[in-house]
Design a protein around this ligand. Structure first.
Ligand code: 3HC
Length: 311
């Protein structure tokens, strides 16, 4: 009966067992996984836009080739994650409709504009750096298909982070204008990168349950702290400052103390009122509509194939 199934499920999760698509799971577990995996996939797909704007404007063939590879990787990450979500009984076309109708979310970070090529380096350094902090623990998520998708994604994410940091190192060895561009981009992307980890734990409705079901392995604040501790030495090596006057090493804690992000900004951007929300959704809707004929042709071809096999 239901109680026995529930107890068996809790024991398996507590025993660090992997939950697979054919296993019985509580409806709440399935729902919160669809929510998180779908929004993770949407983030990857929308995340192609800020960087995609600079593929035709890259300063060299080498930078263009690297950026092209990275944006293609993001598309692939989105497809892995939609496939993982589909093992939970949803369909990617339904998820895409929810994204376009703004009934599902994507990461706030992609609602900020990429003003120049230093932004491409800072996105690799900070945004993909934050993604790595968040995604490495998800490789141990209790749901098998999600954890396995993360393993592959994390391998590609480290290339994304390294290419961004190397791009910035090159600019920091350039002209004073290039150094100023790197500092300006760092100032614009620092706080939004901290907001990628979600609201503070005390204001996070999903964290407790996601931790209990071992979907999440750390809380939002724990991962944010890990990201700050990891990034400060990188900023020092790069020769840029971070726009937080409260940033300082705390020997007792063994961590950096840092200022409070503007949570009202995060709420605004999540609710659709960020600098680029409208254009990101409009572009995604347009791409979906432009691709309708391909989906229809593929469906017609599949129907013909099936009819031929029946004969
Ligand atoms: N942007 C948009 N929505 C956010 C958000 C953010 N930065 N932070 C929180 N939210 C939303 C949550 O989705 C939730 O809304 P919902 O219940 O409707 O889904 C609400 O705000 C409350 O937040 P919670 O902390 O309670 O929600 P979660 O427990 O789901 O934590 C999360 C949020 C940390 C983003 C978690 O969902 C997660 O780890 N997701 C997987 C990783 C991910 O999606 N990363 C986003 C970036 S993808 C990326 O970086 C691609 C790389 O290639 C650059």
């Amino acid at each position: 009966d239901e109680t026995a199934l529930q107890e068996h499920f809790e024991r398996r999760v507590a025993g660090e067992e992997r939950i697979e698509p054919r296993d019985w799971v509580p409806e709440g577990y399935r729902k919160t996984l669809v929510r998180q995996i779908a929004q993770h996939a949407h983030s990857e797909i929308i995340g192609m836009q800020p960087e995609g704007n600079w593929i035709t404007r890259a300063p060299s063939l080498r930078r263009k080739a690297i950026l092209l590879a990275k944006v293609q990787d993001e598309a692939g990450h989105g497809l892995y994650l939609y496939s993982a979500a589909e093992t939970l009984g949803v369909d990617r076309s339904e998820l895409t409709d929810k994204l376009i109708d703004q009934r599902q979310k994507y990461s706030s970070i992609f609602n900020y504009p990429t003003l120049n090529f230093a932004d491409i380096g800072v996105i690799g350094w900070l945004v993909d750096g934050a993604a790595i902090c968040n995604q490495v623990p998800l490789c141990r998520s209790s749901y098998g298909p999600y954890a396995r998708a993360m393993v592959r994604i994390c391998k590609e994410e480290s290339f994304h982070q390294r290419q961004g940091y190397e791009l910035l190192m090159t600019m920091m060895r350039g002209t004073p204008e290039q150094r100023e561009m790197v500092q300006d981009a760092t100032d614009r992307w620092w706080w939004p990168s901290l907001m990628m980890f979600g609201p503070p734990d005390g204001d996070s409705p999903n964290t407790q349950q996601s931790m209990a079901w071992r979907i999440k392995r750390h809380t939002n604040d724990e991962l944010r702290q890990k990201f700050v501790d990891m990034t400060i030495p990188q900023a020092e090596a790069l020769g840029v400052t971070l726009p937080d006057p409260d940033l300082r090493w705390n020997d007792e804690r063994g961590h950096y103390d840092f200022g409070e992000p503007d949570w009202s900004e995060l709420k605004r951007v999540i609710s659709g009122d960020g600098p680029c929300n409208e254009q990101r959704i409009a572009r995604r809707r347009e791409a979906h509509e432009d691709g309708a004929w391909v989906r229809e042709a593929a469906a017609a071809h599949a129907a013909k194939q099936a009819a031929r096999e029946e004969v």
